[in-house]
Design a protein around this ligand. Sequence first.
Ligand code: FES
Length: 370
Amino acid sequence: MTTHDTRPGSTGGEDTPGPLYGGPDEDYTPERLAGMSREDLDRLGARYDGVEILHVDPGPEPGSRLEKRAVRQVGLAFTLAGVFAFLFLVVYAGSGWFLPEWNWAEEGTTWSALFTPLLGLFMGLSLTMVGVGLVLFTKKLLPHETAVQDKHDGSHFDRVTTGATLVGGLHSTGLARRKLITRSLGFMGAAVGVMLLAPLGGLIKNPNTGNPLGRTSWAEGVRLLRDDGSPIRPGDQEPGSLETVFPEVPGGNLQSDAATMLIRLRPEQVLQDEPREGQADFSYGDYVAYSKICTHAGCPVSLYEQETGRILCPCHQSQFAVTQGAKPIFGPATRSLPQLPITVDDEGYFVARSDYIEAVGPTYWNRERI
Ligand code: FES
C-alpha cells in the first residue's frame, strides 16, 4: 500500500522512503528550506529526525457523523465553561449593583451566606468544563500516534523542520475548519479569562464595609458575663485566677471574637504591673481583661500560669506576660493581646468601658479601625 502520510512525526510513506534513523544526507541551505512547503518540511524533518512510528490513528474522517458528534460535544463543553464563567461574573460584579450588596457578617443574610459558595460553584464548574472540553477534544478529534525519537542538536535544519512540525500539529487539530469549536473556544477563553482576572478587583475595592474584623460586641456599659450568663463582681475571684467572660448581648457567649480573659492579679503582680502606654486605666483595681484570641493564628489562649503570670497559647507555644500588657515574650506571636478597658457599674458588676481599641485576633487581620 502506498501512503502519503505528512502528519508530524511521519516517515513520509513508501513514495518518499527515508532512513528511520540518521541525519541530513543532502545539503539543505536556508534558501532551499525557505522554498519548501510546510508539508514537505514536516515530512523531511520527520524523515531525518530519527522518528520511529509505532502506531498511527488519524482520528475521525473529516465530515463524518463521528466527527460532527465529537465537535458538538467539545463545543458544548467549551460553551458551558464560558456560561459558568459568565455566571461567576454576574454574581461577583452584580453584588451591590443589581444584586444585594455582599458584606461579611457573623450572622449574615441569606445572600451573604450564598455569595462565596456561588462564586466557588461557578468557577469550579467552569474550570471543570474547560477540562472536559480539552479531554474530549484530545481524545476524540486529534490524530494520535506513538513515536520514538532521538534527541537533536538544535541546528538551523532542526529548527526549521521542527517549526514546520509544530505548525503541522496545529494544522492537524482541524481548528481552522471546525468553526463550532473555534467559536465556543473563543467564548470560553474570553469568559474564563475575565473570570480569573475579575477577583483582582477585590484588591482595589474591599467588599467589607465597617471593618467587621476590627469590632466586637463589647461597648461602654456592656457587662462581663460568665459562660453561664452570671455577672461578676470584683470580690468574686481569687487573686491569681482567670475567668473567661463574654459580653452581655444576645448570643454573647457564642461570639468567639469577643471571648475575654478576666484575670485577678496577685498582690505582688500588681506591684510589678507595667501596662502598655496609654492603657494604664484599662484595668480596674487588681483586675485586667485581655482578649482570649491569640494574635499569632487565632487559637484560644486559655492556659494561665499564675506563678509566672504567663498566658500560654497551646497551638504554637506563644507566651504573653500578664504584668507587661500581655506582650508576647516567647513563641511566634508578635503582638500583645488586646486589652479590654473595664470598670464597674452602679450595681458593682464589671462592665466594659468601650470596645477593644485594636482588632483582636491574628496580626494579619486588618487592624485599622473605621
Ligand atoms: S495561634 Fe497561638 S501561638 Fe500560634
